[in-house]
Design a protein around this ligand. Structure first.
Ligand code: RB5
Length: 152
């Protein structure tokens, strides 16, 4: 598995622990920064990570900002990206199993490194179940192209 990583100056605080987890688990990572606490704009990092996934240079993305929310909002503007902000292990599992999420976002001002790594572990080690979930994801993909119309 190959992972693309990005964070802003707020998310940078969690970076060391996330990288320690990735290293220990021999997960290959492309690190797009940021590399310091100097203020930057989180959409730039979300874009870089999402483009790696879209170009098949990465299987999954990890994005960290202060809340995880701005990163998720930015990432979900990219076609084919399903980004989720997760604060618990159950949601991490469901985001993969039912939603085939390909980007996880964390808020460094929301959760600590121990929980973030547990959540990440569950996320990266859960497979998408396909089956009944696929036509729902197809509908979401239809929203991106403007093809999908509500039936209710
Ligand atoms: C930066 O202060 C903060 O706004 C950013 O990290 C993020 O939380 C935005 O969603």
């Amino acid at each position: 598995m190959k992972v693309a990583f990005g964070c802003d100056h707020a998310g940078w605080k969690l970076k060391d622990d996330i990288f320690k987890y990735l290293l220990e688990n021999r997960i290959s990572v492309s690190d797009y920064g940021t590399h310091s606490s100097e203020s930057v704009d989180y959409p730039d990092y979300a874009e870089r990570v999402c483009r790696d996934i879209i170009d098949a240079q990465a299987d999954m993305g990890i994005l960290i900002c202060g809340t995880g929310l701005g990163m998720a909002i930015a990432a979900n503007k990219f076609k084919g990206i399903r980004a989720v902000t997760v604060c618990d292990e159950f949601s991490a599992e469901m985001a993969r199993a039912h939603n085939d999420a390909n980007v996880i976002t964390f808020g460094s001002r929301v959760i600590g490194p121990g929980l973030a790594c547990k959540i990440l572990d569950r996320f990266l080690n859960t497979s998408y179940e396909k089956g009944r979930h696929q036509h729902r994801l197809n509908k979401i993909a239809g929203f991106e192209s403007g093809a999908e119309k509500s039936i209710i």
